[in-house]
Design a protein around this ligand. Structure first.
Ligand SMILES: Nc1ncnc2c1ncn2[C@@H]1O[C@H](COP(=O)(O)OP(=O)(O)O)[C@@H](O)[C@H]1O
Ligand SMILES: [Mg+2]
Length: 260
């Protein structure tokens, strides 16, 4: 075990943590089908910080985000959003926390085809019976560059525009943290760059906290920090990443046979 805890060096980084996992373990199945998806992960995500999570397929990236977002139960350890321990919450409280504190962006845009862009963006708040903060909503819509597209349905939008709707939906409720699982995985590089630029702005200009899983060193280069996972453990981290330094680090893993 390493003695330093990635993302937990509070002396070096005085920011409060928006989310943290401590010795987080996640087991799927039992017996012969048992999978240890997370093997004691300890990691923190600072407020107003943009973190990329990288690692080979099956290393536990999605599981970590699902556990921290309260979308999946944990087997042992702790998962906290702010100061709230998720394991202490009853189902109803967990649903409320997910709704009020967490934004999630998936690789598949997951928009409702019968709703227009604006209706998709405000859907979570409509379901919750919350009135959107109109000034904030306008700001989000304008920043993602969707002002002229709000009446369009998803089928009338490009992939990049659809993902920007999904990003706006995640941000509209002012969540404490946004989790994005390969948000540019279905986009060409130009549309991907737009979405990444917007996520970057949401952190730099709006103080949003973003945690993003990606395979792509270029995407990771937009982040403030990269956390590397392998076999359900954090194995490395990097501050101030660039596409080049991330690529170099991935090559170093390759030679050790740790990253496919
Ligand atoms: N619902 C599930 N049931 C059983 N095993 C799962 C489930 N979800 C993920 N796993 C397994 O857990 C491990 C980590 O998966 P995942 O977090 O999806 O990896 P990544 O996102 O890094 O590709 C993999 O071995 C995967 O097969
Ligand atoms: Mg995944």
């Amino acid at each position: 075990m390493s003695t330093t805890i990635p993302g937990d060096q509070t002396a070096a980084r005085p920011t409060a943590l928006a989310a943290r996992a401590t010795d987080l373990t996640k087991v799927y199945g039992a017996g012969e089908t048992r999978v240890l998806a997370l093997d004691g992960v300890t990691v923190g995500f600072g407020q107003a910080e943009f973190t990329a999570i990288m690692g080979p397929s099956g290393s536990g990236k999605s599981t970590l985000m699902h556990c921290l977002a309260g979308l999946d139960s944990i087997s042992a350890g702790s998962a906290r959003i702010g100061d709230t321990e998720l394991t202490s919450l009853k189902e109803k409280q967990l649903t409320q926390l997910r709704r009020d504190k967490i934004g999630f962006i998936f690789q598949a845009f997951n928009l409702l085809p019968t709703l227009n862009a604006l209706e998709n963006i405000t859907l979570p708040m409509d379901i919750a019976g919350r009135k959107p903060d109109q000034a904030w909503l306008d700001h989000v819509v304008e920043t993602v560059g969707l002002s002229g597209r709000l009446k369009h349905r998803p089928t009338e939008l490009s992939g990049g525009q659809q993902q920007r709707v999904a990003v706006a939906r995640a941000l509209a409720g002012k969540p404490a943290i946004v989790f994005a699982d390969e948000p540019t995985g279905n986009l060409d590089s130009r549309a991907g760059a737009e979405v990444l630029g917007f996520l970057r702005n949401s952190v730099s200009e709006m103080g949003q906290t973003v945690v993003m899983v990606t395979h792509d060193p270029v995407a990771a280069g937009y982040a403030d920090r990269v956390v590397f996972l392998a076999d359900g453990r954090t194995v490395d981290e990097m501050y101030g990443p660039t596409a080049e330094t991330v690529l170099d680090r991935m090559k170093a893993f390759d030679t050790k046979g740790r990253v496919s």
